[in-house]
Design a protein around this ligand. Structure first.
Ligand code: NAD
Ligand code: ZN
Length: 677
């Protein structure tokens, strides 16, 4: 052997070994280690080398094989007619070359009719019916021998257990694809993530993993579907069937077998290309995942004349779509802080063309996800970008890992404001505790601070908050109270009159309540009700600041998580600085009188609901007033409700209260009660 021949042989052996390993991971384990695009590139290279060097051909080459070995855990099924693969076309030219090859072989120069079918990305299944009843179902396996998955296929909702009508052959094999629709895949993965189960890389793997379960009860819970695309054996063989593949599909439909609704026929290679374009444009909107389209010579007679090569028919071809999964290198991980302080790790990638665009960032979601993936900086990763969805890191290509990869360190300080990062045990998301001072969270926090149920600053809407922050006039809430006329009228669309009105309402808002003040701080999970319970319980800001987790849990409606949020908030000096600044600009509230020992509040232990419109006060004011008197204010009426406050236009809650015999107070009764206490 010459030097170059040796090199070629070496490369061929290398590719064969790699592809055989990919096949095993993909077909047997349902857990591919490289994206299809990478697999296809290596397979193309191998086929080209084998073609140029026929002396190195081998029947054992992955280029000659279909699928992978059937798992011995399943009973084996030998197919009467082998289940083959399809040749691929990756561009227009190779599709037109396919048409030309066929015409040359048939010695014809006509325009052929083709059946045009979406190439569903699932797995091929053979379903056998005898006397109209489903008797056996099998996977493709290695094309000759598949796995008996009858019990599992029976659980797929749209697979008919018996054929409709009477006009079917005594024995008939239906072939088609089992797949998982996109929305089912999304829900399944969300649930798997929550329950700590296996997360699937893509709908194909999810379908394969769900179908090849030893326990059909698991399969039954998975959102699988089946679409038929051809007939296998038919007995008796003289049973009359249409002469066109497309007509045969219609026959299948007449027996109640489901077909993909996007199948059609086209004339010649040109017609096929138009179909390709049409489906490519529809791809993202389709409810199922496809990796291309399949073209089949429609005339069965011609199909038979053309016949097969080792692993695929000559009369069909799969034209692949641009890949939605690719491999690239993870250069670094950056941490972004969202508006609520949530910290998201973002993968910085070596730019890669995938899903029709060049992708250089992908989300890594959170720390749990990083751990699940086992990803490190410097790793080669599989990126998936399907439709408009944010690109995802789906897996690490372990085989490509180098020794210099570095672990991903989750920050303990916020990358924007340097505050501590908190991650509670039962939460996946880590958050910056900087709250009010974190620039990333600032706008959101300031809007909350000015909102109606908090400081209720008239004339200070979301747009103005954006403007003030962008103009560098406001960094923290206390800055609102240092705004002046000259500063304000410098802003776009801010006239003197509205500016001075704003200053007036800022001044007025300085007088507030401890509950509103606490709520305005935007401590996580401290809503209006919790803020008001805290105020009533502790009575002063100082004692809330000093409170331990145990002290806090003693408050109505405060659990361990909320207590931890509160303690973490006050432990952060950035937050206490903001509070001190607010107090020093003159924010104040009336003192809350001590509850005398032994004296209970008039509404202690009572639960009420407020509905309808109140004319003398807002619903939230009524709520605070009732809470201050010890009542618990609930959102819906039940038999545990003691009374309902019903304003104008009260609807279903009033009806329900009347049905349950719950006391109803009108606004007048409420006002009278509040005046008395
Ligand atoms: N990532 C990996 O490690 C890895 C490993 C092995 C294979 N693969 C992928 O699988 C491909 C080869 O796999 P293959 O031989 O199983 O199948 P294929 O995808 O090349 O084509 C044949 C299959 O297409 C499916 N199909 C969908 N719609 C069809 C229709 N309307 N008519 C006929 N068939 C239809 C059937 O399941 C059939 O078995 C590779 O090109 C690669 O993309 C990837
Ligand atoms: Zn921060």
């Amino acid at each position: 052997m010459s030097e170059t021949d040796l090199q070629v042989k070496q490369r061929i052996d290398e590719l064969r070994a790699r592809l055989a390993e990919y096949n095993y991971q993909y077909y047997v384990k349902d857990a591919p280690t490289v994206p299809d695009a990478e697999y296809d590139r290596e397979m193309q290279e191998l086929m080209a080398l084998e073609q140029a060097h026929p002396e190195f051909q081998s029947v054992n080459s992955p280029s000659q094989k279909v699928g992978g070995q059937a798992l011995t855990a399943f009973e084996q099924v030998t197919h009467d007619v082998p289940m083959l693969s399809l040749d691929n076309a990756f561009d227009e030219a190779s599709l037109l070359a396919f048409e030309k090859r066929i015409l040359d072989r048939l010695k014809q120069s006509v325009t052929l009719a083709f059946s045009c079918e979406p190439k569903l990305d699932g797995l091929a299944v053979s379903i056998l019916y005898e006397d109209g009843q489903l008797v056996r179902a099998a996977t493709r396996g290695d094309g000759q021998v598949g796995e008996n998955i009858t019990a599992n296929v029976r659980t797929i909702a749209n697979v008919p257990l018996s054929l409709r009508g009477k006009n079917w052959p005594q024995r008939v094999e239906v072939r088609g694809e089992v797949f998982m629709p996109k929305n089912g895949f999304k829900t399944l993965n969300e649930n798997q993530r929550k329950s700590g189960g296996k997360v699937f890389a893509n709908p194909r793997n999810a379908a394969a993993g769900s179908l090849r379960q030893l326990d059909s009860k698991i399969t039954a819970k998975r959102p699988l579907m089946f679409y038929a695309y051809s007939l296998g054996v038919v007995t008796p063989s003289e049973f009359e069937l249409p002469e066109q593949h497309s007509e045969r599909l219609n026959t299948l439909a007449s027996w109640g077998v489901p077909l993909c609704p996007d199948i059609t026929t086209a004339q010649g290679g040109k017609g096929c290309l138009a179909y390709y374009q049409h489906i490519l444009e529809k791809r993202d909107a389709l409810p199922y995942d496809i990796d291309g389209v399949v073209f089949k010579v429609d005339d069965i007679q011609l199909q038979n004349t053309l016949g097969f090569v080792a692993r695929a028919p000559r009369w069909a071809i799969a034209q692949k779509f641009p890949a939605q999964e690719e491999v690239t290198q993870l250069i670094d991980v950056e941490f972004q802080v969202g508006r609520t302080g949530a910290i998201t790790p973002v993968a910085r990638l070596e730019p890669v063309f995938v899903g029709g665009v060049t992708v250089s960032n992908a989300t890594l979601h959170n720390q749990d996800e990083i751990e699940r993936l086992g990803v490190k900086v410097g790793d080669y990763v599989v990126i998936r970008r399907a439709g408009d969805v944010i690109p995802q890191v789906v897996s690490v290509v372990e085989a490509k890992r180098q020794s210099n990869v570095k672990p991903i360190e989750f920050p303990t300080q916020c990358p924007v404001c340097d505050s501590n990062v908190e991650k509670l045990e039962d939460e996946a998301v880590a958050r910056c505790t900087g709250g009010l001072i974190c620039a990333a969270q600032r706008k959101q926090a300031l809007k909350h601070f000015a909102s109606r149920k908090a400081f209720d600053i008239d004339g200070l809407g979301d747009k103005l908050v954006d403007q003030l922050v962008d103009a560098n006039l406001v960094h923290s809430p206390a800055d609102f109270f240092t705004l002046s006329l000259p500063k304000l009228i410098g802003l776009e669309r801010m006239a003197e009159k509205s500016a001075s009105k704003l200053l007036d309402s800022l001044e007025a808002s300085k007088r507030t309540t401890l509950a509103k003040f606490l709520y305005a701080l935007g401590i996580r999970e401290v809503g209006e009700a919790t803020a008001s319970n805290l105020a009533l319980h502790f009575r002063t800001l100082e004692s809330i600041r000093q409170a331990s987790i145990d002290d806090l849990i003693a408050v109505q409606d405060v659990g361990e998580i909320v207590a931890a949020h509160i303690v973490n908030f006050f432990n952060e000096s950035h937050n206490t600085d903001v509070i001190d600044a607010l107090l020093s600009v003159g924010i104040n509230w009336p003192e809350i009188e001590a509850k005398e020992e032994g004296v209970t509040l008039p509404l202690e232990g009572k639960t009420c609901v407020i509905t309808g419109t109140l004319s003398t006060m807002g619903r939230s004011d009524a709520k605070s007033a009732l809470q201050a008197l010890g009542a618990k204010v609930a959102g819906s009426v039940s038999k545990n409700t003691d009374f309902l406050v019903a304003g104008e236009k009260a609807g279903s809650k009033l009806t329900k209260a009347q049905d349950l015999g719950v006391d109803v107070w009108d606004e007048e009764a409420l006002v009278a009660f509040l005046e008395r206490h």
